[in-house]
Every structure is written in C-alpha cells, then in structure tokens.
Design a protein around this ligand. Structure first.
Ligand code: MN
Length: 737
C-alpha cells in the first residue's frame, strides 16, 4: 500500500466507525470514536496477515458487535480488544481512559485469546483446564463471550490468510466450541456462519458438493419461493394482517448434517428452504398459522409451538411443515419482529434496548451458563468439557408433568432425568415412573409431548449407583453424585476401595501400587489428601475409575522402563568392570586372571597396540609384554619355562578412567556423607576427593571428584545418589560451573 492508499484506507475505516457511533446517543457515540482513535494509535505499526493495517480487524469486530445489538461498552471493548494482548497498552490504561467496565471486558477477551494460543501448543488436559476457566470467566459477564464470538467471526471470514494447519485447528475449535456457544446464546446467524466457514475448511469437498447443489437448484427454488411468498402475502392482506414474508435456503452445514448425520440423499431432503412470516402482534402468529393451514395442507406431526414453550436458548417461533402447490413440502416459521431479531442475535439483542429485557430476565437468559458451571464443581477438567459439549449439542425434548408443566430435557433423557429436573428430593425418592399412564422402565427414553409421572416412596433407600450410567443430563448425574457423597461416606469408601482393588488386580497393578511413592504420586495427581478420600470419590463417582487406573498404569510403565534401562546399564558396566579386573594398570593391556599388576613393555620387541602379544611374569617385577613373534619369547618357551607365560591382550577404547566432579545437595544430616561413600563403594567407584559445606538454609553441599569409565556410568552414579533419602539434588559439575 502506498502512503496515499493507506490514508484513504484509514479514512474509510473512520467512516465505518462513525456509522456505528451514529446508532448510539451522542455521548456514547463520541466515546466509541475516541476508542477507535486510541486503538488505531496503539496498533499503528501492526499489520494483519493479509497485509492490511491491523486496526481493520478491531473495526470489523466492533461492527459485528453492533450488529448483534450489544451496548456501547461492548463496541468500545471490541475496538480495544487486542490492545492489551498485542500492544503496550495496559488494562489500567483502558480503565483510566475509558471506564473500568470496558477494561474488564477487554481483560476477559484477552484472557480467552491467551488461552487459545496455549491451547494449540500444550497437551489436551491443559486445553481442557483453560476451557474450563473460560466458561467460568463467561459466567461473570456474558458480553465477554459475545465479543469473543464477534472476534472469531471476523477471524473466520479472513481465515484464508492463515497457514493450512492453523486454518484447520481454528476451524475445529470453532465447530466444537464457538458454534455451539452461539447456538446456546440463541445467535443463529452467527452459528450458521461459523459452521459453514469451518465446514469449508474441514471438508472442502463435502462443502462444495452441497453449495454446488444449492447453486444449481437456486433458480428453481427462488421461483418457488417467490410464488409461495406472493400467495401468503395476498392471503394475509385480505384479512388485514400486516406482515413480512422472507424465504431463504438453509445453511450448508445444516444440510450437511442431514446428508451425513441422518444418511439422507439429496432427493430425500425436502426442507431445504424455510419461509418466514413476520408479524407485529403475538396473537397474529396463531391467526397466520390457521390461514396458512388453510391454503396449504399441513404435514401431520410437524407442528411445533416454540412460542408457548421457548427453546432453552430463548428461541420463540411457530414451526409447521406444509405441502406446496407442486407437492414439495416446505417449512414455515411464524413469529413477531422481536422474536425474529432474537432468533438471529439471541440474548445479545437485548442489550441495546434497555427496556426490552429487565435485569432479572437478562439473568435468566444466561442462567444456563451458571447452572452448567455449578453442576460441574466436582468434576475434573476433561469431564467438564465433555459434559459441556453434550449440553451444548443436545437436541431437546419437551415433556409434561401430570399438572401440565413443561419440562425441557435433552434428547435421550430418561424418567430419572425428569425426576431430578423437578427436584433433587423427587429424584432421590424415585422408585419408578409412568409415561402416559403406563409403567415404563427407568431407562425409558422420553419423547416430546409425553406426560411423565414419577412414582416416589417415602421410605425409598435413595438413588442407585447405576443410575449415573443411565441418566442423560449432567445435572441429574451430579445430583446423584452429591447424594452419594453426602449420605453414604462409609459405603462409598468400602465400595470405592472394592472396585478400585479389583480393577488393580485385573490390570496386574495391585503389587506395584503398594509402593508408598507411587500412592503419593497418584493422590497428588488427583488432589486427594488420602487414599480414603480417593476411595470415597471413586465410590460416589467423583472421579472416573479408569482414569485413575490409567494414570497408575502410566506411572508403573514409566518406572519399569527406567528400571529396565538402569538394569541394562548396570549389566553393561559390570561386564566392563569384570573385563578390567583382569587388567593391569593404565597401560592399555589386559592380563588374564591377574588384577592390578605392573606391566612393562619388553625393550627387545616394543609391541604396539594391535600386535599379537604375550606376557611374561617375573616375580617382583610384574609382567613384561612381548610380541608373540619375538625371538626371546620363542627362545624362552623352548627353554621350558612355559608356566610363567601368560595370555595378554590389548584393551581397545574402554580403559580410560576420567575424573568427574559432582555436586550433591542434601538436607543437613549426620551420616549422610558416609552413606554417599558407601553407595559409591558398592558401585566400585573410586573417590579421589570429597568436601562438604553447610549452606545457610539448612542444607549441605557435597563436592566429589570420582573416577568413572564412561558417561553412562556417571549417569548411573547420579541416579543412585539421588535416591539416598534426604538428597535433594545431584548434578555434574562442568569446568567453571
Ligand atoms: Mn482479535
């Protein structure tokens, strides 16, 4: 970009910001423009991967936020959202320049961003823990997550500038976390776009197949949709109901799920398009429904009233499927303007219109986030995320109490889930259930519209442990866990210990687990103060048994591998040592059967390494080494002195002792020095020097110089010395260190 081009580019951005500002009262509008100027200055020298000035990203994010219908604080936070992460600006600066509320929002978004960055590089467990933190942060102020969604939306729109692997990582995360979150917040428009863009990266072939199909059909569809629209508008005009009729094709991903999830073919897809009738008054919704069923024949069983029973994310609408003039079934959604806006932007839609939603309603709109987190207090990070994913993805069924109250449950929920959804006390006393008046098994899967009657008994002995495997909702599961945790501690410990030990035996881990160090490591890993607590947790289901067993297995394997390596090394060193015991001094020659004797090379033949050699023992003078073909040897052998000749050989490469210095730090303790020396003696290590020095903090440093034959032997020495109780560190000293 030339300077001139860049100036014009920034002017266009400024104009876009002023357009956002115009949607707000004057004072707030001014703050928004000021936030833009501040962010533009902070990001001045930064570029997006596309090469454009960085500030284009915060502006696009702010536009998304404004479109969602969030307040001025959120728009400002959108403009400033990357300043704390990527520039010298601090959160204190933002609090001072703008407001603590804006600073708090930026802070929340920054934290989420940082988590994302670590999530790619660290192991799965860490990622889970980070996500858990994210959900907790979210519960504090849900605007943080909506700003994050606006950020993600723009990043998905510009994802082509990332490297392919990064594109996939971001898309997986978007599909798994952000799209379901958008769904849960009722932001359908955001959800569809995130899904379609992720799908395009994750399955480009599948995506293209569907979009080509839609493209291909779009002409036919648009004629059909036009005709339908006209017909409905005319009919409603006759009866004097003002309305707006919109028609659109469904999202690529929703079709993708039908094709691959429900295994349908293109010809079996009939509700590819949705027609929406938007009216002013709520009562008109039902009138319009009647009129539509008048002109088109409804498909039985496809009518849904989400107005009287909103979806958990707040979505409200009437849905019906009718058969069009050419026999093509299509879906009609009927709702008010307000419901329509909310369907697109969910609870975000309430922020700007302060009168739209009272504080308490706003609370209620995202009570599920709090609930989700409260239900999860007792689970670890991995389960937490798994549970959140199931909660986010669950399709709902609607069932009734005998008094006609509606209870909303995920698909696959059982009467136990129903009972716990009414009240913990109902669940805890449940002994059976009736559906539409008939007794059903407790693992029966409820269907929408059924009337469920829970049978309870005052003297019930409480829930059964296997219910935890049967229930579908996490809230029922955690309530059952709670019950066992509270009511049955002794039983939990006994039960937990029994299943744990059985599982240990099955896995041949019972013996290995008896080591105190291993037990301590496992308790520490799962954060239980004692074995009893671990048993209790296994008993009430606070920790999954297979995860504990898995960790023990890992730990034992690790230990065994280390031991095996050590044993192998030891054997090798022992073999070397044995060989050396045969040897003489440092001459480079081995004399079979004799240790530690003096060796000298015979002057008559001057053997050099590689020559076949033989030794001649002279009492009091050690061994003299000759070449085997030396004339003196032949002469002496002939002279009948055979008994004094001895086999000798060169030692290649293994004979060099070298000195190593090590430093050992230990808790000051009388007798430790002796123990160190004893350990070294056992290993046949020669110690040439040892000094000790007390340090101020109650520790003692030992400096040792030892003779070793190899690096491997030195490593073994260090491992062995580290094991001495009280020793905190052993390391090799290098010159100058
Ligand atoms: Mn960003």
């Amino acid at each position: 970009m030339t300077e001139q081009e860049e100036r014009e580019y920034l002017q266009r951005l400024q104009a876009r910001v002023e357009k956002i500002a115009a949607d707000f009262p004057e004072k707030e509008g001014k703050d928004i423009v000021r936030a833009y100027a501040y962010a533009a200055e902070a990001h001045k020298n930064q570029r997006r991967k596309s090469g454009e000035p960085y500030i284009m990203h915060p502006v696009a994010v702010a536009e998304n936020i404004n479109q969602m219908g969030l307040d001025a604080e959120s728009v400002m936070a959108g403009l400033l959202h990357d300043t704390v992460e990527d520039t010298a600006v601090t959160s204190a600066d933002i609090a001072r320049e703008f407001s603590p509320a804006v600073a708090m929002l930026v802070d929340g978004v920054t934290k989420l961003t940082q988590m994302e960055h670590t999530a790619y590089s660290t192991k799965e467990e860490q990622q889970m823990e980070d996500l858990r933190k994210m959900f907790i942060a979210m519960a504090k102020d849900i605007r943080v997550i909506m700003i994050k969604l606006a950020d993600r939306l723009h990043n998905m729109r510009t994802i082509q500038f990332q490297k392919p692997q990064k594109q996939r990582d971001i898309s997986v995360e978007t599909m798994e976390i952000y799209a379901p979150l958008a769904h849960r917040l009722g932001m359908q428009g955001v959800k569809w776009e995130l899904e379609d863009r992720s799908l395009q990266i994750l399955d480009p072939v599948g995506y293209k197949e569907i979009s080509d199909y839609l493209e291909d059909k779009s002409h036919g569809f648009s004629a059909f949709l036009e005709a339908t629209k006209k017909r409905i508008e005319e009919k409603l005009e006759q009866v004097g109901i003002p309305c707006q009729v919109k028609a659109r094709l469904k999202s690529v991903y929703s079709i993708y799920r039908k094709l691959y999830g429900q295994n349908l073919s293109f010809s079996e897809l009939y509700d590819i398009c949705a027609t929406r009738v938007i009216v002013k008054e709520l009562t008109d919704c039902y009138n319009v429904l009647g009129l539509i069923h008048d002109i088109y024949k409804p498909v039985p069983g496809r009518f849904k009233d989400y107005i009287s029973t909103p979806k958990p994310n707040g979505y409200q609408s009437l849905h019906t499927v009718v058969i069009g003039t050419e026999g093509i079934p299509f879906e009609v959604q009927i709702r008010t303007e307000e419901m329509d806006h909310r369907a697109e932007y969910g609870i975000a839609a309430h922020w700007k219109y302060k009168d739209g939603l009272k504080g308490s309603q706003k609370e209620e709109a995202f009570a599920w986030v709090r609930q989700l987190i409260e239900n999860q207090q007792d689970t670890d990070a991995t389960d937490f995320i798994k549970n959140i994913k199931t909660d986010l993805f669950a399709d709902e069924v609607y069932v009734f109490t005998p008094r006609g109250d509606i209870i909303n449950l995920p698909q696959g929920a059982t009467p136990i889930d129903f009972a716990y959804a009414i009240h913990s006390a109902v669940g805890n006393r449940m002994t059976g259930a009736k559906v539409n008046g008939r007794i059903v098994p407790i693992d029966y899967q409820l269907k929408s519209g059924e009337i469920v009657d829970v049978i309870t008994a005052k003297n019930s002995t409480g829930p059964k442990r296997d219910w935890m495997q049967i229930v579908k909702t996490n809230s029922a599961r955690s309530k059952i866990k709670q019950w066992f945790k509270k009511e049955r501690r002794e039983e939990n410990i006994a039960e937990g210990q029994a299943v744990f030990e059985k599982e240990l035996r099955v896995n041949l881990l019972y013996e290995p687990f008896q080591q105190p160090e291993l037990q301590a490591a496992i308790l520490k890993r799962f954060e239980y103060p004692s074995l009893e607590e671990l048993y209790a947790a296994i008993g009430y289901g606070g920790v999954a048994l297979n995860r504990v067993i898995g960790k023990i297995k890992d730990e034992v394997m690790r230990q065994r591998a280390a031991e095996a390596k050590e044993a192998k090394l030891e054997a090798k060193l022992a073999a070397q040592a044995a060989k050396q015991e045969k040897s003489t001094a440092d001459s480079g020659v081995v004399v079979e059967g004799i240790g530690n004797c003096m060796v000298k090379f015979a002057k008559c033949c001057n053997p050099v390494p590689g020559d076949p050699i033989i030794g001649f023992i002279t009492r009091g003078y050690g061994v003299s080494v000759h070449r085997q073909d030396c004339a003196n040897v032949r002469a002496a052998k002939k002279g009948g002195e055979d008994g004094r000749w001895i086999k000798t050989d060169w030692v290649m490469g293994e004979r060099h002792h070298y000195h190593a210095s090590i430093k050992l730090t230990a808790k000051s303790n009388v007798g430790l020095g002796g123990e160190v020396l004893m350990q070294l003696a056992n290993m046949k290590i020669n110690v040439s020097e040892m000094t000790a020095r007390d340090t101020e903090d109650g520790y003692c440093d030992f400096y040792l110089t030892i003779g070793v034959t190899s690096k491997e032997q030195l490593d073994l020495v260090i491992t062995r010395l580290s094991r001495i109780s009280g020793v905190s560190e052993v390391r090799r000293m290098v010159a100058g260190g």
